[in-house]
Write a protein that binds this ligand. Sequence first.
Ligand code: SF4
Length: 135
Amino acid sequence: MKIVSACLAGVECRFDCQSKERQFIIDLVKEGKAIPVCPEQMGGLTTPRDPSEIQGDKVLSNKGKDVTAQFNKGAQEALKMALLTGADEAYLKSKSPMCGCDEIYDGSFSGAITNGDGIFTKLLKEHGIKVNSVD
Ligand code: SF4
């Protein structure tokens, strides 16, 4: 089984109520090979919501609100889905502070990127689940 970012499967769960659907992700879900999750929503954040980025050991919205707790909670809940389904691999949305893999927005809300993983990606990797970045 695979875990995929729900926004890649066409769910309008991004901060701006948009999705980033990719057909091969939708096909994986339709074939019963993947489970979509949105860890930001699972942590209790609303949709729409202010965009957030990682700054040091915190996650802050563009208005300075500390949403670290919601990010950590959502990542833990989405991890449960991965463990329950025996997922060994994930396909997650690039650059997101939650789902980004190897590169994420740098915390300046300027569109600039830096090396690093989103909160959910980091947790999956710690549990031995392979993460693939989908742009
Ligand atoms: Fe998509 Fe992940 Fe952001 Fe949810 S948390 S909108 S699944 S990138």
